[in-house]
Every structure is written in C-alpha cells, then in structure tokens.
Design a protein around this ligand. Structure first.
Ligand SMILES: [Zn+2]
Ligand SMILES: [Zn+2]
Length: 84
C-alpha cells in the first residue's frame, strides 16, 4: 500500500487528502499553524537531508535532530528530507 508522508514531521497517511487535511505539529510557521505538507519524493530505504546530507532510515528520524547546515543558521532548525 502506498503511504504518503509529511515533509515536515514524517507523519504518514493512506491518502493525500487525509494527510493534508490534518494540522502539522512541525509546521515551519509554528506548531499546528498549518497542515501537513505532502512529501512528493519517492519512498526510500534512506532519507537524506537536503541541507547537510545526513542520512536516516525514516523522515521522522531525520527531522528529529538539528541540522548543522540549516539555512536559518547552524542548529537553528531540523534536517529536511531531499526529494531525490
Ligand atoms: Zn506534518
Ligand atoms: Zn541537515
């Protein structure tokens, strides 16, 4: 079954509609200030941070830790999954 992921928090849903209908606890504007955002890359065995190249086995694991190359400053934000 295809699963759809949120790019911000790693939440999964069985349909895009279900995913983007729910508020995201890690929305960049502020927690629950917006909806989940569909991660429209392919499902992978490993996810890579688009800023620093760190790899993790899931989006949720990747975005749980601070990124040393975050655009807002070192460790000012979390890793973000690259789409490809
Ligand atoms: Zn989310
Ligand atoms: Zn990173």
């Amino acid at each position: 079954m295809t699963k759809y992921y949120c790019e911000y928090c790693g939440s999964t849903a069985s349909s895009v509609a279900a995913l983007v209908a729910a508020s995201c606890p890690r929305h960049p504007a502020s927690a629950f200030k917006g909806k989940h955002k569909l991660y429209d890359g392919t499902e992978k065995a490993q996810y890579t941070c688009k800023f620093c190249g760190t790899k993790a086995p899931s989006i949720a694991t990747l975005i749980a830790s601070d990124c040393q190359r975050h655009p807002d400053g070192a460790f000012k934000g979390k890793h973000a999954p690259a789409l490809h």
